[in-house]
Design a protein around this ligand. Sequence first.
Ligand SMILES: CC(C)(COP(=O)(O)OP(=O)(O)OC[C@H]1O[C@@H](n2cnc3c(N)ncnc32)[C@H](O)[C@@H]1OP(=O)(O)O)[C@@H](O)C(=O)NCCC(=O)NCCS
Length: 177
Amino acid sequence: MQQDYGMSEFRIGTLCPEDWATYKLTRLASLADSPDSFGSTYEREALFPDSEWQSRLETTERAKNALPLVAECDGIPVGLSWGLIHEPESNVAHVYQMWVSPEARGKGIAKSFLDRITAWAEARGCESLALSVTTVNDAAVSLYCSAGFVPSGEAEELRKGAALRTQPMVRVLRNAA
Ligand SMILES: CC(C)(COP(=O)(O)OP(=O)(O)OC[C@H]1O[C@@H](n2cnc3c(N)ncnc32)[C@H](O)[C@@H]1OP(=O)(O)O)[C@@H](O)C(=O)NCCC(=O)NCCS
């Protein structure tokens, strides 16, 4: 059944290890809905065993450098985004897996994700945020440009052999000298 979230408020939460099934559901929904927005594919991730989804949210030393976020409307997950720091490159936080379900778009959810990831990254001393966006994805390019991201470096293939290209973008944070 199609949900109408038009009048609903949303809330942004952090995914905990016990939320792995919600994460799996939302991530697979994003890959099925927006195959041209991500380097990975539904076909690839649908084959992951549950242990893979669980391990992505585990609270190990590695996971301390991750901020897995979910957006909910009326308790239903409608969006996903991750902040991730790849040690030893601790001065850069990456934004991955950004997706908002079609019914929940245009309500500021993606902007809220970026605000949360920015605050998290700045609290960890990061000097910049980095991401890649498919060049023809006008909504996402507009989102990132309006949030202060600028192109950085050459566009690359979305995935091997693909005609679609992704543009790396960066946003300087207040910790930068
Ligand atoms: C791109 C996406 C994440 C935006 O999510 P959203 O929650 O609808 O975005 P927001 O409501 O927070 O919009 C914030 C800003 O983004 C820009 N924006 C968002 N959608 C837009 C659209 N369809 N056209 C133009 N600009 C858009 C606007 O600048 C907007 O600010 P404004 O409302 O003040 O004009 C969503 O469309 C989506 O999930 N798309 C498919 C997956 C995807 O492309 N992910 C990005 C991978 S890099």
